[in-house]
Design a protein around this ligand. Structure first.
Ligand code: SAJ
Length: 406
C-alpha cells in the first residue's frame, strides 16, 4: 500500500492516478476539513479531468484520512514555502512529514519526497533528522526524491505523459520506485541520485523564469520604441534554434516565481542572470500600473474607479491565485495609497480583494478601461463585450481597435 502524505495540488492527483492504476492508496492530510471534503466525494480544486479521475480512484478503493498509515511506501507531497527576505526554502513541512512517517513506518520503508526542494535540502535537513533518531539510511529507511513536473491547467494529461526523474541513494530502490510510477506514467523515467534530482527540478523552472524575463524585457524595449513585441517574437521563433516565451503582467504561481530564488538564496554571488531575471519578472505588475496611468492620460481619463482588472488567478483557466500578478499589482497600488481598482475573475467565487465583482457584465458596465491580466477562455469567448471599451491586453488575447499592449 502507498500512503500519500499531503493532498494538495500535486499530492491529490498523484494519489488518484496511482489508485486508478492498480495501486492500493491511502491519502493522508493533516487538514481534517480537506479530508472531510474528499470523503464527501468532492475534489478541492478545478482541473481538467480531475473529477473523472477522482471518481475512478474512489471506485478503485482510494481512502482519505488524517492518520499516517503503517506501510512500506510513502510519497510526501507537502508545501515548501520560501522566505521572501532570505530567499531560502522553509523545509519544515517536509521535515515534519518525514518525522511523522518515522513514528509509524516499519524498518526498511521507502520515503519518496515529491515536494520541490532546493538543491541540498535532503542532505542538509532530512538526512540529519533521520540519523539523529539513530536510524540507518539505506537500511532502516530508504530516501528517494521524485520531483513532480506537471503543469497546472493540464495536470492529468501531464501526469500520464511527462518524463520523470527519480533520485535515490540506492539504484535498486530507485528502480522499485520507478516501477510504482510506471503503473501510470507513459513517459521515460530516469533514475539518478538525489542531489541531481533536486537540482534538475529547480533548474527546469529557472530556465522558464529566465526565458519569460527575457520576453518581458523585450516587451519593455519594444514599447519604448513603439515596436510590436509579439510580431518580433513570432518571427524570431521561426528560427530553428530560437524559442522565446511570451511577455506578461508578471510571473505567479508557486513554482516559476519561487524555485529560482532557491538558487539565488543559496548561491548569491553565482546567480547574476537568475537574480536579474527574477527582478525583471517581479517588476512587471508595477510596469502594468504605469501603463494604466499612461493609457488613462492618453484617453483623458482621471477616474481610477473606471478601471478594472480582468483576472485574479496566476494564469489562465486555473483557480489558483498564489503569487498572482494581479494580487501583486493591487499590493503595489495599495502602497501608493491609490483607490483600489475594480477586479473580476470567473474562477474566484469568494471575495478575496476589495471591489471584486462576480459577474462579467456588471463588471464591464462599471468600467471604461479593462486590463486583461489573465487570458481565461471566458474573455476570449466574449470579445464582443469589449468593443466599446479601452483595453490594455497584457496577454495578447484580443485584436480590438482601442487596444493597448504591454
Ligand atoms: N508565463 C508568462 N509567459 C509565458 C509562460 C508563462 O508570463 O510564456 C507566466 C504565467 O502566466 C504564470 C507563470 O508564468 O504567471 C508560471 O506559469 P507556467 O504556466 O509557466 O508554469 P507553472 O508555474 O504553472 O508550472 C511550472 C511548470 N514548469 C515548467 O514548465 C518548467 C510545471 O511543469 C512544473 O511542474 C510546475 O512549474 C511546478 O510545480 O514546479
Amino acid at each position: 500500500m502507498i500512503n500519500i502524505i499531503g493532498l494538495g495540488y500535486i499530492g491529490l492527483p498523484t494519489a488518484l492516478m496511482l489508485a486508478s492504476h492498480g495501486q492500493k492508496v491511502v491519502g493522508t492530510d493533516y487538514n481534517s476539513d480537506l479530508v472531510t471534503t474528499l470523503n464527501a466525494g468532492k475534489t478541492t480544486f478545478k482541473e481538467d479531468g480531475l473529477d473523472e479521475l477522482f471518481q475512478k480512484a474512489l471506485d478503485d478503493g482510494i481512502t482519505f484520512t488524517s492518520e499516517y498509515q503503517v506501510t512500506d511506501t510513502y510519497i510526501v507531497s507537502v508545501p515548501t514555502p520560501y522566505d521572501k527576505f532570505s530567499k531560502k526554502i522553509d523545509p519544515s513541512y517536509v521535515i515534519s512529514a518525514v518525522k511523522d512517517v518515522m513514528n509509524v513506518c516499519p524498518k526498511g520503508a521507502i520515503v519518496v519526497i515529491e515536494s520541490t526542494v532546493s538543491p541540498g535540502t535532503i542532505d542538509k535537513y532530512v538526512r540529519p533528522e533521520i540519523e539523529n533518531k539513530g536510524w540507518k539510511l539505506g537500511e532502516d529507511i530508504h530516501l528517494v526524491h521524485a520531483p513532480e513536473r506537471i503543469i497546472p491547467g493540464n495536470m492529468v494529461y501531464e501526469l500520464l505523459h511527462n518524463n520523470r526523474t527519480i533520485g535515490a541513494d540506492d539504484k535498486s530502490v530507485g528502480e522499485k520506485v520507478k516501477e510504482i510510477y510506471s503503473s501510470f506514467c507513459q513517459g521515460d523515467i530516469v533514475v539518478t541520485d538525489i542531489r541531481t534530482a533536486e537540482m534538475t527540478k529547480v533548474v527546469e523552472n529557472t530556465f522558464r523564469a529566465v526565458n519569460i524575463a527575457f520576453a518581458n524585457e523585450l516587451a519593455k524595449i519594444c514599447h519604448h520604441d513603439n515596436m510590436d513585441v509579439y510580431e518580433i517574437i513570432k518571427i524570431c521563433n521561426m528560427h530553428p534554434r530560437v524559442n522565446i516565451l511570451q511577455p506578461g503582467p508578471g510571473v505567479g504561481g508557486h513554482c516559476i516565481s519561487v524555485d529560482p530564488w532557491f538558487l539565488v538564496g543559496d548561491y548569491p554571488s553565482l546567480t547574476k542572470v537568475i537574480n536579474e531575471s527574477m527582478q525583471v519578472n517581479d517588476s512587471m505588475p508595477e510596469y502594468v500600473l504605469n501603463r494604466i496611468h499612461e493609457i488613462m492620460q492618453d484617453n483623458n481619463m482621471t477616474d481610477l474607479s473606471r478601471v478594472g482588472l480582468y483576472g485574479l488567478t496566476y494564469k489562465e483557466n486555473v483557480d489558483d491565485c498564489r503569487e498572482s500578478p494581479t494580487l501583486q499589482l493591487l499590493e503595489n497600488q495599495k502602497r501608493h495609497l491609490a483607490q483600489p481598482l475594480k477586479v473580476y475573475d470567473p474562477f474566484i467565487k469568494k471575495d478575496i480583494v476589495d471591489n471584486q465583482y462576480h459577474n462579467l457584465d456588471e463588471f464591464l458596465n462599471d468600467i471604461d478601461l479593462v486590463v486583461i491580466m489573465v487570458g481565461h477562455n471566458e474573455i476570449r469567448e466574449n470579445m464582443d463585450k469589449l468593443m466599446s471599451k479601452i483595453v490594455l491586453d497584457t496577454r495578447k488575447v484580443c485584436d480590438l481597435p482601442k487596444k493597448y499592449s504591454l
